[in-house]
Structures are given as C-alpha cells and as structure tokens.
Design a protein around this ligand. Structure first.
Ligand SMILES: [Zn+2]
Ligand SMILES: [Zn+2]
Length: 300
C-alpha cells in the first residue's frame, strides 16, 4: 500500500511548487512500523543497548536545503532515532540563479552603475560603471548671420572620453535659429542609463563689414565703409595710434544706413589705425560682428 505525502517544504518563502519542480508528491512505503532487513542486527552485542527498531516517518524531512548552485536532499527519517533511510533519499535540483538587472543611472555630475543580481542568493555579476556624462558641447557656439537656420550638433561624452550615443538623450532647439541672438539647446537624457537635463546656448552675430577708405584731413580723418543693414542696428568705429588698438577709442554709429564718419580732434602728423564692426541690439543685449581689417592714415 502506498500513501501519498506532500512534502510541503518551505525554503525561505519559496516552495517547490513555486520553483517549477511541480507539486512534489512523494510516496513512501507503509512499513507498519517494521524495519527493513538487516538493520535490526546492527549494534547487537553492545552493552545494554538495544538497536533501534526504526519507525519510519510518513513524511519526508529536509536533509539539506537546495541553493542556487547546490542541490538539496530530502529523505524519510526514523521517528525514534532520527536516522535517515538511504533508500528514500531524493535529490532536489539546484534552483539556478535568477538574475535581475539593476541600474543606478548616471548623470552629468555622478557616475552610475549597472549589474545583475540574483533575487534568491544575492549573487552579483556583470557589474559595470556608467561614466558620468561630464562633457556636453555644441559643434559650434557662435555663428555669423547668413539667413540660414543654425542647428549645432550636440556632442555628449562620458568622463572616460567615449561618445555617448544620441539614443540616450533628446535634443530640443529653440525656435527661430536664424536671426542674430542667443539660442538654447536643451539636452534631456532618456533611456535606462542616464538621467538629467542640460541647457547649452549659442549665438548668431551680425555679418561684418569692411572699411572702404580713410581720408586724412587737418587733425581729422573720415572713414567710409560698406553698408551692412541686414540684421544690423549700426556700427562701431575704433581708432588708435597703434595697430594693436591698445588705448583705442570707439565711436558708435546707431543707424545702419550711415556709411561714413568724420573723426576730429586728432593729433597732427600722427598715423591712426581704424577698424569697424557691426552690431545688433536684441532686447538689451548687443551682438557684435568680428572687427574688419584695419586701415591706417596719417592725419595732416
Ligand atoms: Zn530509529
Ligand atoms: Zn542565486
């Protein structure tokens, strides 16, 4: 006669059923309290010690718990002396690790990490540092107005110098991007490995102009230049007694249609260096072009 026994083994919170072993139904022979052959003679002749007449239990006991890597074992034990019946030993397969992926996202100021950790035993593998996204730059930060939209590419590098692929972030440009002014580029990290938002900016400055001529007068000179009215508020003319323009004086011409300027009260017989640039006011901020090439003239 066989008796069905459910070995309801709980190992931590995990039952065999949960581990996919299935409902572990084991069968034990009913022994009517008798022992198997040969075991009654063990220990015969010992002083006053009768060998145990084993009473085999009806349920299995856990001999050793299975782990992620080591099999477990169960067997029927004697209810009197506790001895395990070798005939009943059942080996239970190791679980095998059950890894879960963990990520601490990197930011622009802190490195992150990722690893796989076994939910059962806590074993950690594939541990890896995610370098912080410490270098975020635009392909260019200043452009000269030319009527086209400017959209500098974003370059994101980790602290280890490697490029962080664009799939890890989203780039949003300001609207416009054509006229003189300052424009923002917002980089927002997304995905598994990075988080955070960074804003970079670039400028578009007015197109430069050039001096056409310098005419010397008595203690004065007259500068003429090429009109540059698009995206330009006016001009700045600078003059000095040296080609490096140290201690230079600057005259602002606030109309973009003006194309000449007389500068007086100069010193006779001195050579003056002159250069010009355009500017545009946007709100309260002025944007300047590059300086023109300098010209020089000796005043009378
Ligand atoms: Zn026993
Ligand atoms: Zn494990």
């Amino acid at each position: 006669m066989k008796k069905k026994i459910l070995a309801a083994l709980m190992i931590g919170a995990i039952t065999f059923t949960n581990m996919g072993v299935g409902a572990l139904s084991v069968y034990a022979e009913e022994t009517d309290g008798q022992t198997t052959d040969g075991e009654t003679s063990d220990g015969e002749g010992q002083d006053g010690e009768e060998p145990c007449v084993h009473q085999w239990d009806t349920v299995y006991s856990v001999d050793s718990l299975m782990t992620c890597t080591e099999p477990g074992q169960i067997s029927i034990h004697c209810t009197l002396c506790g001895e395990s019946n070798e005939e009943t030993v059942i080996s239970v397969n190791a679980y095998g690790h059950s890894y879960e992926h963990f990520v601490t996202q990197a930011t622009t100021t802190a490195a992150g990490k990722q690893y796989d950790k076994c939910e059962i035993c806590g074993d950690v593998i594939n541990e890896e540092v995610i370098p912080k996204a410490s270098s975020i730059s635009l392909a260019a930060t200043s452009y000269v107005y030319d009527g086209t939209k400017k959209k500098p590419a974003v370059i994101v590098k980790g602290s280890d110098g490697t490029i962080i692929p664009a799939a890890n972030y989203k780039v949003v440009y300001d609207s416009g991007l054509k006229d003189v002014g300052t424009y923002s580029v917002t980089i927002t990290f997304r995905g598994e490995l990075y988080s955070g938002t960074v804003t970079k900016s670039f400028t578009i400055v007015p197109k430069a102009t050039a001096l056409k001529s310098l005419v010397a007068g008595s203690k004065k000179l007259t500068a003429k230049w090429t009109k540059q009215a698009i995206q330009t508020t006016g001009y700045q003319v600078q003059y000095a007694l040296n080609s490096k323009f140290s201690s230079a004086k600057t005259v602002t011409i606030s109309k973009n249609t003006t194309v000449s300027k007389a500068i007086s009260k100069l010193t006779s017989k001195k050579t003056y260096y002159v250069r010009i640039r355009t500017y545009k006011k946007v709100g309260t901020k002025a944007y300047y072009s590059a300086w023109s090439k300098a010209k020089s003239v000796k005043v009378k």
